[in-house]
Design a protein around this ligand. Sequence first.
Ligand code: NIG
Ligand code: FE
Length: 424
Amino acid sequence: KLLVEHARQIVQVCACGERVLSGNSMKSVAVLEGAEGGYSVLVDRAGIIADLGKSDELATKYNREDVDNIIDATGKCVIPGLVDAHTHAVWAGDRVHEFAMKLAGATYMDIHRMGGGIHYTVNHTCAASEETLLSLLLNRMRQISQSGTTFVEVKSGYGLNLENEVKMLRVIDRARKVVPLEISSTYCGAHAVPKQTTAAEATQDILQTHIPHITSLVREGQLRVDNIDVFCEVGVFDVPQTRAILQAGKDAGMQINFHGEELNQLRSAEMGAELGAHAISHLEEVSPEGIAAMARSGTVAVALPTTAYMLRLRPPPVRDMIAEGVAVALGSDFNPNAHCLAMPVVMNLACVILHMSMPEALVAATINAAHALGQSAMHGSVEKGKWGNLLLLNAPTWEHLIYQLGCHNDVISAVIFKGDVVHQ
Ligand code: NIG
Ligand code: FE
């Protein structure tokens, strides 16, 4: 179907099958380079990588006439499509006015308590039609895809009541069928406590009404929901409430993937590890015991440098996590607070603010992010048998993608999703 040939570098982030790399070793990234004639990748008509290797060797194995599309990658680099492990991409009503408030000194929680923040977005999202939300989401998905992402997680969480949470999940499902990238969907009904209720009441509503209803829609084939999420934080949902919701979601077949230890150390990392969480996001305030528990349970840490940057938080202790053997992934956390859709920017911030190396950032934005979403068997690396999701970089070495801060259009020469060129 597609042959990308004569590439100067092919970057492989996973040389060991499904095993996920904790991102602490240079060996996590293997660069094929230096061969005369360069390297090639062949993707079959099902969108799966059929072969890769030296261009002259591939040329002897396959007949060029059988290939639908040949891309000359001379002087360019091939890396895996990027994976964004955390977004809130469905919403209406931006919060640029709150950015000004934060610059003037208000904290995230000051604004939340005043009825702004997530509540502001909930009001606008509930008032918006499904069609409006879909067109907003499709526009964002196009920008995410142009920035090199081929697999993205998208959460609900600005509906809070059942009707609007289901509306958001339906919007994600409809987008999934038409966008040129893969979506992992997350039910995040416990993203804030609805006005005029308590967290205890909201928890009961989620347990008794939301999860059973959503589960029945999933069983009837009307929705797909991959993960369950809760915002576990002081003034939102506490650890016992979070535990109950996550456990109910897990029992209903969803993967646990939640917001923990962002502004206060609540020991939710320990709780998540105990429940067998796939991933925990944020973790700015995680304890050493929490890190050790996550290492033992194999829970992925999803670091969100845009948020730490926007809110001027202490950055998550990524170096400690890596040293303890926790797999670290990256997400854009795109939402009205952190208005960033581009994973190359996120990788740059991860290197500068979180002190990750460029190979670590690439691993975190590909194979580890795919693993956070339970999909590392098919996503996150350039390997035979995986989806043909590739970025072609117009640069002499792959590191230029991270080095470039913004304006990636010249560096990203093509985005390939399942063997189709979706941007060029
Ligand atoms: O991951 N912390 C909670 N959720 C989002 C922010 C959502 C919002 O402010 O609208 C986050 O940063
Ligand atoms: Fe988030």
